[in-house]
Design a protein around this ligand. Sequence first.
Ligand SMILES: Cc1cc2nc3c(=O)[nH]c(=O)nc-3n(C[C@H](O)[C@H](O)[C@H](O)COP(=O)(O)OP(=O)(O)OC[C@H]3O[C@@H](n4cnc5c(N)ncnc54)[C@H](O)[C@@H]3O)c2cc1C
Length: 448
Amino acid sequence: MKRSEFLKLGALATIGLSIPKHAFPRQETRGKVLIVGAGISGIGAANYLQSNNWEVQVIEARNRLGGRIWTNRSMGKPVDMGASWIHESSGNPINKLAKQFQIKTKETNWESVNLYDYQGKKYSEKEVSKIIDEGDWVTKKAYKLAGRQTQDRSVSWGIRRVLKDADYSDKMLQKIQWRLSTQELDAAIEFDKLSAWGDKEDGFFGEDLIFPDGYDQVIENLADGLEIYTGQTVKEITTSNKSVKVVTEDNEYEGDFVIVTVPLGVLKKKNIVFDPPLPDSKIRAIDSLGMGNLNKIALKFNEIIWPIDPHFIGYLSRIKGEYPVFVNWAHYTNEPYLLGIIGNQYARKLDQMNPKTLRQNVGLALSKAWKKSIQIEDYRYSAWAKDPFAGGSYSYLPVGVKGKMYDALAEPQGRIRFAGEATNRGMSATVHGAYLSGLREAESIVSK
Ligand SMILES: Cc1cc2nc3c(=O)[nH]c(=O)nc-3n(C[C@H](O)[C@H](O)[C@H](O)COP(=O)(O)OP(=O)(O)OC[C@H]3O[C@@H](n4cnc5c(N)ncnc54)[C@H](O)[C@@H]3O)c2cc1C
């Protein structure tokens, strides 16, 4: 499906939402759709179908909705442990939903960073701006260079060549490496594993927006009036010419169609039995696409002991990927919270730490940066790779794998439809991409 068609769907969904729930008597429904997964793609699809007079049942393994949209309120204030931003808000359908539901958002300035190194040196605004510009120049050039090779190359391949020609001093190189590690966070995978032929479209344009009171408000509003069963881990999906059956540990659900929205990381584990089995083309897509690792660590303090103005606190460590950046949650909420973002190799290291060591580890990094001892009152860590219902953060295109694998993952199988971020070739790894994939599959059923 072309992007313009996706955008049309976004607009349709917003119109659909204005139809009162259950406006049509049950007996007039056009059929029944089962939806596996209550993330944004599943909830978006369910909402669209119900608004179009289909009966819908959403079957969710967790005891909460939202999947990789997860606002944790257990420390007192809301902190997002999964998705945080509406990227490029102009034209982004999630921004339309946020406006429709009157959810507060705030703009993020990615260049507003207080950067400290491991010896407590704070870089000036001018220096930070230079580091960001140089780092961005390097990756942009690297993508271009590696992308135009006849053989698929990693982004690192391009970076090595650009750095070789650029002749930076060792000091500058170290700073550029910091910027590169913040960009690797975005990819949720090390650049040496990431294809420079990554098929990403440019999405939309405009500012990135954050939710000071939690991303889950989008889910809650969208899920209002839907029939959702939580705590139901799907084990088996059986289809015939006429119907579908979804089996969990303690229930069976029957319908005319099923939309499977479980993450790529879950499909990779192959714990859900499909009968008849999925074709080779689907298995190949599941096996070959990559699932990245990105985590959040939310820190609560007694009081705000850092400047409130910058949007981010950067940390230039000697260790690659060690807490490169913290969202200054205090800036957005006036509450004493920071939200560290960690990915890839360093996240895998944190995944193995016990809670006490993890708290000490992050505390030590911040006390080096700020040259003072600090007391963390409480913290939460996301550990998406260890989460049985996520199996990682989001999909990526590994070196040597073709972009059409995303399309193969999206391919319908009789009465089974597939949605979720990893089925949206041009907009994978995003909330809006996941949402639009849900609408895509819902619309394919509605227009049948
Ligand atoms: C740390 C992090 C930061 C991110 N930041 C951003 C950001 O700032 N902006 C952005 O646009 N995107 C961001 N993303 C990506 C975005 O969160 C995802 O692309 C999107 O939320 C995925 O939605 P989905 O519906 O495809 O999958 P999910 O939200 O994962 O939904 C799938 C659902 O299926 C359920 N499920 C799994 N297995 C089973 C089973 N066997 N039976 C029943 N149910 C099952 C899961 O519990 C889940 O609820 C981030 C992701 C992470 C992890």
